[in-house]
Structure formats: structure tokens, C-alpha cells
Design a binder for this molecule. Structure first.
Ligand code: AP5
Length: 220
């Protein structure tokens, strides 16, 4: 029988969570659940929720906890989550982390990808994405096979609205204030209980070497 993996990827904007989530979800055959991708899909569809969150996201601020928690609860009810899941960009506030702990939403591993603010600014200015699939590229570090085209569909890549330098700086400020305290919180939780285990990996190095390190930590 396959082991079930329920994983949180924690880290600053641009740390490489989405990039690693893509690889890990294939490796462990579990769905990648990105709150950022789900919210961007709502914005693109012009739904009521999309209209409500668009400006918040473009300002680099966090969407209210109640909206995010509703989104996650609904997503985790889907049948594909029975074989595990990979949460990319959730939780990002203590309230979100406490809510899933209280609700008994199982988590086996919290993986923190650690990287400096300076490196993040370099990375996010070169990021390009394929909006329909969420596939992530970088103009220099992880280029598509054909310039500005998605490798699988050939469709054009775009730059995210919130990747402008000024917004990236705001997102980093919000990260340090709201999300970074979760590192300590999960480290404390790991000391008190056998799960989730807390693992820190450096976000510097090749995409493959970071992925190998995460897999090794999870399977050890
Ligand atoms: P979200 O989409 O989650 O954005 P984020 O957390 O800011 O993270 P990013 O997607 O920017 O970065 P990443 O760590 O995934 O890095 P990536 O792999 O792309 O959230 C967007 C917004 O939605 C938030 O600001 C907020 O408003 C809202 N939101 C979402 N979740 C929320 C929540 N839970 N609560 C409240 N609000 C929420 O990599 C970045 C770049 O680097 C890419 O170009 C990539 O190719 C490149 N790269 C990756 N790895 C490497 C490497 N090893 N070496 C060199 N380059 C690399």
C-alpha cells in the first residue's frame, strides 16, 4: 500500500514553493493545492470572489482568513485528496494554521524553503507563468523550451500582476510579519507531537537538488 503524504510548503513569495510543488505532486501522486492559483483563477473568471480579491492581491496583501479557509475546506473535500495533498501557500497566518490544527486537518510534513529577500527580488522579476495550468518558468533560471511559450501547450506565458518590484517588496513585508512566525509555531508543534515533522531546506541551488533534498527528508 502507498503511504499517504500530506504536506505544507512554507516560504516567502518567490522561494520556489510552486516550482517544487509541481515536482513533488508528480513524485507522490498527490494534488497540488495552491491558494494563490485558485484565487487567480477566480480573478480571471471574473467571479464575485475574484472581484473581491483582485485589488487585495495586486496590492500584495493577504486575502481574509475566512475566504481562504472556506476555499481550502471545500478543496480538501474532493476525492483526490484522500490519497494526500500538497498545500502551496497555505497556511500563511497563525489564524489559518490554528484553524486547520483545531479542525483536525491532517498534516505530516511542513517543509520550509528558506531564501534571502535579495534573491527573491531577482527571481520574481524574471518569473513567467502559464495561467491555465499554473506552470512556472524563469526567463534565465528555468526558461521554457521556446521563448515565452508554455512547454506543453505552446500558449503564451505572462508576467503576474503582483510581480512588479514595488508589490514584491510589499509581499515580502507581509510575509515577514504574518507568515514567518509560522516557522516557530510549527517547530514548537513538532516538539510537542510526533507530527507534523518540520523540515527546513535551503532554496538556493538547482530546482532538482532542492527537490531531491525534500524527497530525502520526507522518505527518511
Ligand atoms: P501565491 O500565488 O501563493 O504567491 P506567493 O506565496 O507570494 O508565492 P509565489 O507564487 O510568488 O512564489 P513561489 O514560492 O511559489 O515561487 P515560484 O516557484 O513561483 O499568492 C499570491 C497572493 O494570493 C498573495 O499575495 C495573497 O494576496 C493571496 N493568497 C494566497 N494564499 C493566501 C493565503 N493562504 N492567505 C491569504 N492570502 C493568500 O518561483 C519563483 C521564481 O523563481 C520562478 O520564476 C521560478 O522559475 C524561479 N525558481 C524557482 N526555484 C528556483 C531555483 N532553485 N533557482 C532559480 N530560480 C528558481
Amino acid at each position: 500500500m502507498h503511504r499517504i503524504y500530506r504536506i505544507i510548503l512554507l516560504g516567502a513569495p518567490g522561494a520556489g514553493k510552486g516550482t517544487q510543488a509541481e515536482k513533488l505532486s508528480k513524485k507522490f501522486n498527490i494534488p497540488k493545492i495552491s491558494t494563490g492559483d485558485s484565487l487567480r483563477a477566480e480573478v480571471a473568471a471574473g467571479s464575485d470572489l475574484g472581484k473581491e480579491v483582485k485589488e487585495i492581491m495586486n496590492r500584495g496583501q493577504l486575502v481574509p482568513d475566512d475566504i481562504i479557509l472556506k476555499l481550502i475546506r471545500n478543496r480538501l473535500k474532493k476525492p483526490d485528496c484522500q490519497r494526500g495533498y500538497l498545500l502551496d501557500g497555505f497556511p500563511r497566518t497563525l489564524q489559518q494554521a490554528e484553524a486547520i490544527e483545531e479542525e483536525g486537518i491532517g498534516i505530516d510534513f511542513v517543509i520550509e524553503i528558506n531564501i534571502s529577500d535579495a534573491e527573491i527580488i531577482k527571481r520574481l522579476s524574471g518569473r513567467r507563468v502559464h495561467p491555465a495550468s499554473g506552470r512556472i518558468y524563469h526567463a534565465i533560471f528555468n526558461p521554457p523550451k521556446v521563448n515565452n511559450q508554455d512547454d506543453e501547450t505552446g500558449e503564451p506565458l505572462i508576467q503576474r500582476e503582483d510581480d512588479k518590484e514595488e508589490t514584491v517588496r510589499k509581499r515580502l513585508e507581509v510575509y515577514h510579519q504574518e507568515t514567518e512566525p509560522l516557522i516557530q509555531w510549527y517547530q514548537n508543534l513538532a516538539r510537542q507531537k510526533s507530527s507534523p515533522q518540520f523540515v527546513q531546506v535551503s532554496g538556493l541551488g538547482s530546482v532538482e537538488s532542492i527537490c531531491d533534498e525534500v524527497i530525502k527528508a520526507i522518505q527518511s
